[in-house]
Design a protein around this ligand. Structure first.
Ligand SMILES: [Zn+2]
Length: 324
């Protein structure tokens, strides 16, 4: 069955309006968005973890302090849906491989979930989620269906604009970042070389830890992270792991006739040959960069944007109007 057809069927089973134009779960077929017993419900098709096709749903309730309580109440009703909850939203994802689940099954599952939700969270009931003022309309805030009054919309937009300006004005302290980064990289090298020498093997995940450690240190020093800081994180991570290798080689070569520092000198002079001859040299640097990458990704510029989109007219009404 085509996605749109399936959603149409699900729409008539659940009573939730079908909006072909709102791709809140990613799929071009759109989504069902509506209210059941005061709870805001979104239901549609999209992608689960690892890109699997999935049925997705959002159940939204009035803010609760106890999301685990909601989680516990909904779990028995979730069936094959994977459930996560936060203070305002239960997110459900059911991946499938061969054909979509029956719309009737999904509709029944939704009924059970909403029944369980009634026992554990209050409905939003026609009120602005922010200030509690009466708000008849549902709209999408960055793709999430919500009730948000016009006053709060203006406030949120202003707040985010101010946050964006404040972010732009943040200082980036590259020298301090470099100082912290070099310190962390040195500690990482010593730990890397020392552990490798003591246990006679290398742990690639150790390189990831070094990347994380160096990255965090640079971020602590610079404050706001710019491209220069990101390059610094990557370079220092590679330097830390490879210098750690050198420490390891020097420790191996050290003996009664050769102290550590001269041994290290010999190693550094022959560094490229040693590194390209060894099994793990470049791979460990690569693993270090994975750790560094995690930190870099975490410091990307936040999105200071609130996009409000009115729901408009559901597709079902549109098509039935067209056939009349
Ligand atoms: Zn409000």
């Amino acid at each position: 069955m085509k996605n749109a057809e399936w959603l149409r069927q699900l729409s008539s089973l659940t009573g939730l309006p079908y909006y072909q134009q709102h791709r809140i779960f990613g799929d071009t077929s759109g989504a069902l968005i509506g209210v059941t017993d005061g709870y805001i419900v979104g239901l549609g098709l999209g992608k689960g973890n690892g890109g699997h096709a999935a049925v997705k749903a959002l159940l939204r309730y009035a803010k609760t302090q106890d999301a685990t309580h909601v989680q516990q109440a909904l779990t028995p009703a979730a069936g094959k849906f994977k459930l996560t909850t936060d203070q305002t939203t239960a997110t459900l994802v059911q991946t499938y491989s061969f054909g979509k689940p029956e719309a009737t099954d999904v509709a029944e599952r939704m009924r059970d979930l909403l029944a369980a939700l009634k026992t554990s969270a209050s409905p939003i009931d026609g009120k602005c989620e922010e200030c509690g003022k009466a708000e008849p309309q549902i709209l999408l805030l960055n793709g999430v269906p919500t009730r948000y009054c016009s006053g709060c919309q203006v406030q949120l937009t202003q707040k985010l604009d101010a946050a964006a300006i404040a972010y732009e004005n943040l200082e980036t302290n590259l020298p301090l970042g470099l100082l912290y980064g070099v310190g962390a990289a040195l500690l990482g090298s010593i730990a890397w070389g020392g552990v490798a020498y003591l246990v006679h093997r290398i742990f690639l995940w150790g390189a990831i830890l070094i990347g994380l450690f160096v990255g965090k240190a640079v971020v602590k020093g610079t404050g706001k992270v710019t491209w220069a800081a990101r390059i610094m994180i990557g370079a220092l991570t590679v330097a830390s792991v490879t210098f750690g290798d050198s420490i390891f080689y020097a420790l191996i070569r050290m003996n009664e006739n050769l102290a550590f520092v001269p041994a290290l000198k010999v190693v550094l002079l022959n560094f490229w040959k040693l590194e390209s001859d060894s099994d793990g040299g470049f791979i460990s640097a690569l693993f270090g960069l994975i750790g560094a990458g995690v930190v870099m990704y975490g410091t990307r510029k936040p999105a200071f944007q609130a996009r409000f989109v009115a729901l408009g007219t559901p597709a079902i009404t549109l098509s039935s109007a067209a056939t009349k």
